[in-house]
Design a protein around this ligand. Structure first.
Ligand code: C6P
Length: 415
């Protein structure tokens, strides 16, 4: 008789994929590790680990500065990663790819440059109720500084964005619309193409927080037509400390620089400094070069897997896990959008999420508990915290079964 994994294997060879992730082959508290905290950070395939290692073993040098062989190699590797990111996002030009530390820095960059240049007293910044703190707080800082107002579009009880309300909130005072492509708590996939279109029809630029989308959905910034798109390397099977801000060239050209320092200048004198061309104008100082190289390897890896195929497989896992969790008495799933990525937040009647997570950990099952950096969304659903299981293409239905067994244990111990 074939196992569940073998059945899945006809379309997606998860057993083979898992071999690429050495970290998955371990026991935790004497139980096989079941890693379901992928929305926080995903695990890294050997190809990524080796790319970073090889960089430090062979090519380590600073970039854009030296004429020597190592510096040229390092520069080539870093700039090749930029082209890979360009292709991954379907951007028109590689100079539209700004390397940053992650999604958080990308949003702060836009708020502090585009935002500061275009926002004044009485203006509005429009976001949604399902944003991560990193797509809320940078805008609040801007609003506070400029005397502007943060407007928030609501979500319904299923955790879907109320699109008509969002569009109704767009006004002549709106300076930017900033929305998550996929919610890190609810898994909701937002209709970003429609949002961008509505914003543009009113002359408003749009930023998309793609932190939870880039690892799970095919993304094409030219089709979305968004002005800015941000994602983090560490969620897309790459290293921490590197991420991407995509911006349309004409927007980036018109923006003031973010930070001052080396590499972002064309010339410096005490009287006047002129700035470098794109993308370097926004990349002051020595970046995380090895992580950039690792991100390039991660994008190669994801392309080889095929993000569309991975998305189909993850959708299958989501269906299975949703069905299994719904059968557990007293468990309520928060976030039941029709368009959903493989993230399941839930609460268990009478049991604090922190205790759920602690018991699951003893069973080898890693989930995240807490407010998931989305406190306003917790308030919207009237909960202080949730337990969240988030899946990647290396997870299996057997691991979903292990989660369910762990939750039965939680009920036995704490229920
Ligand atoms: N969410 C989670 O467990 P950084 O930390 O810069 O790589 O990504 C920030 C971020 C921005 N937007 C969304 C939608 C996110 O989910 C995250 C990170 C993690 O949900 C860590 S809090």
């Amino acid at each position: 008789m074939e196992t569940e994994t073998e059945t899945q294997g006809r379309t997606f060879d998860v057993a083979r994929v898992r071999k690429d992730f050495p970290v998955l082959e371990q026991t935790v508290h004497g139980k096989p590790l079941v890693y379901l905290d992928n929305a926080a950070t995903s695990q890294k395939p050997l190809a990524v680990i080796q790319a970073e290692e090889q960089f430090y073993l062979r090519d380590n040098s600073n970039i854009h500065r030296g004429v020597h062989e190592l510096s040229e190699r390092a520069t080539r590797a870093y700039e090749t990663a930029r082209i890979k990111a360009q292709e991954f996002l379907g951007a028109k030009e590689s100079r539209e790819i700004i390397f940053v530390r992650g999604t958080t820095e990308a949003v702060n960059l836009v708020a502090q440059t585009y935002g500061r240049a275009h926002t004044g007293p009485g203006d509005e910044i429009l976001i949604t109720a399902m944003e991560h703190h990193s797509n809320i707080v940078p805008w609040q800082i801007l609003c506070e500084e400029k005397g502007a107002r943060l407007k928030v579009a609501p979500v319904n009880d299923r955790g879907e964005l109320e699109l008509e309300e969002l569009i109704r909130l767009m006004s002549g005072k709106t300076r930017i619309v900033a929305v998550a492509h996929v919610s890190n708590v609810l898994g909701t996939i937002n209709p970003v193409r429609a949002i961008v279109e509505a914003a543009h029809a009113r002359g408003i630029p749009a930023l998309v927080d793609g932190a939870q989308a880039a690892p799970h959905l095919p993304v094409n910034v030219r089709e979305l037509d968004c002005d800015f798109y941000a994602f983090s390397g560490h969620k897309v099977y790459g290293p921490t400390g590197i991420g991407v801000l995509y911006g349309k060239a004409e927007r980036l050209e018109a923006m003031p620089p973010y930070q001052g320092g080396g590499d972002m200048i064309a010339s410096v004198s005490f009287e006047k400094t002129t700035y470098n061309t794109l993308p370097y104008k926004f990349e002051a100082g020595t970046p995380n070069i090895a992580a950039g190289v690792g991100l390039g390897a991660a994008l190669d890896y994801v392309n080889a897997i095929g993000i569309g195929k991975a998305a189909e497989y993850e959708a299958e896992l989501l269906d299975y896990a949703t069905g299994e969790l719904e059968r557990i008495p007293g468990l309520r799933i928060i976030g039941t959008a029709r368009e959903k990525a493989a993230v399941i937040s839930f609460e268990m009647e009478g049991i604090h999420p922190h205790d759920v997570g602690t018991v699951l950990d003893q069973e080898g099952v890693a989930v995240r508990t807490g407010h998931h950096c989305a406190q306003p969304l917790m308030d919207r659903f009237g909960v202080p915290a949730t337990t969240r299981a988030s899946f990647a293409f290396y997870n299996t239905k057997e691991e979903v079964d292990a989660l369910v067994r762990g939750l039965m244990k939680v009920k036995e111990v704490l229920g």
